[in-house]
Design a protein around this ligand. Structure first.
Ligand code: MN
Length: 353
């Protein structure tokens, strides 16, 4: 750890709350389920198998911290939130959640995870909030689970990107968007490792995970959703993506230019005219968080490109637990009013905290 990471920041030391919006958890049984899937060689996904062979058994201090953090929605996590100056956390089922399981197992485990989270959050109801996990493998059941989670008091939906190499822009999944839009509840599109057809060149150089592959795969997924016309069909739908928008903000100029060129030239049957530009969907339907990117230039660039109302704070606990990160971000060259939006009020609005 750096000296920076040793600094402890008191909650209540600034004129805003700090709400962390992409914080992972899992019931202990999820790790057991992954172990069984790997032992049976049941998941045809080299990046998943590589990642969890490591995470389930590595004796490293980093992995112990992650596994202890994931299964705690209580004392252990609250102590770490206190030490890091985090007032509230929005919890979501860690990646890849149930999306590597067979359909019936996935539907049942998503419901179990939501019940487990709801029960565990009672340890600190003013500090823990949660998102509804679903199994996209069964879109009709997923839509029902979104409703059940919403009525339980969960504050959005978590989807860990692709499901066995399939993407939500396929119309067979659109009941999920319809349910979320009807309830006014946001969908958080969280990364997972690239699917089998995509992962080989990433795995060869150790780039499949959070270092890079996550962002490539999730930004691709978000762009597929936009370009398929999902927000034209569901104009009130809100989605959230992490890691400073998985780098999409940096690409917007070229995305708009080349999307327009592709539509005009009618090069692709799958690329139809849209009602708005890609930038406009990003500014009007999508919020981003800075999960895992505690970096002032990147945060300010995204605020400048998307607007200060669109960028939310997230730590990405327990994967990037850095107790000193909040102190560093408190010192950003930014007005207190904009810091309050970043740390507090944007999250209150998006997740009804
Ligand atoms: Mn995360």
């Amino acid at each position: 750890m750096t000296d920076q990471a040793q600094i402890k920041v008191a909650r209540g030391s600034k004129p805003y709350l700090r709400i962390a919006t992409e914080e992972g958890f899992c019931p202990p049984e999820l790790l057991t389920a992954y172990r069984k899937l790997i032992e049976k060689n049941a998941v045809d996904d080299p990046a998943f198998n590589t990642m969890f062979r490591f995470y389930l058994d590595s004796p490293s201090a980093r992995v112990r911290q992650i596994n202890n953090g994931l299964v705690s929605v209580g004392e252990f996590r609250l102590k770490q939130m206190d030490d890091a100056g985090i007032d509230k956390a929005i919890l979501s089922l860690t990646s890849p959640g149930v999306q590597v399981m067979e359909k019936d197992d996935a539907v049942a485990f998503a419901a179990y995870a939501n019940d487990w989270l709801f029960s565990e959050m009672k340890s600190a109801p003013d500090r823990f909030y949660g998102l509804t996990a679903i199994a996209p493998q069964d879109p009709a059941a997923a839509a029902k689970e979104i409703e059940r989670g919403h009525h339980m008091g969960l504050r959005g939906v978590i989807i860990n990107s692709h499901t066995k190499g399939e993407y939500l822009d396929d119309k067979k999944f659109w009941d999920i968007f319809a349910a979320a839009e009807a309830l006014g509840t946001p969908i958080y599109l969280h990364p997972q490792t690239p699917p089998k057809d995509m992962s080989r060149p990433f795995l060869e150089r150790g780039l499949d995970g959070a270092i890079f592959g996550f962002a490539v795969e999730t930004s691709l997924h978000m762009l597929r959703i936009i370009i398929a016309g999902v927000f034209d069909r569901f104009p009130k739908l809100t989605m959230v993506i992490g890691h400073l928008g998985e780098a999409i903000p940096f690409w917007l100029y070229r995305l708009d230019y080349m999307h327009r060129a592709g539509v005009v030239s009618q090069r692709y049957e799958s690329m139809k005219p849209l009602k708005r530009t890609i930038s406009e969907y990003m500014k009007e339907n999508v919020y981003i968080t800075n999960s895992g990117v505690a970096w002032e230039p990147g945060i300010k660039f995204c605020q400048q490109v998307l607007g200060v109302d669109r960028v939310l704070y997230a730590m990405d606990y327990p994967y990037q637990y850095e107790p000193g990160e909040v102190a560093k971000l408190d010192e950003m060259d930014m007005s207190d009013a904009d810091k309050k939006k970043f740390f507090q009020t944007n999250a209150e609005k998006v997740f009804r905290v």
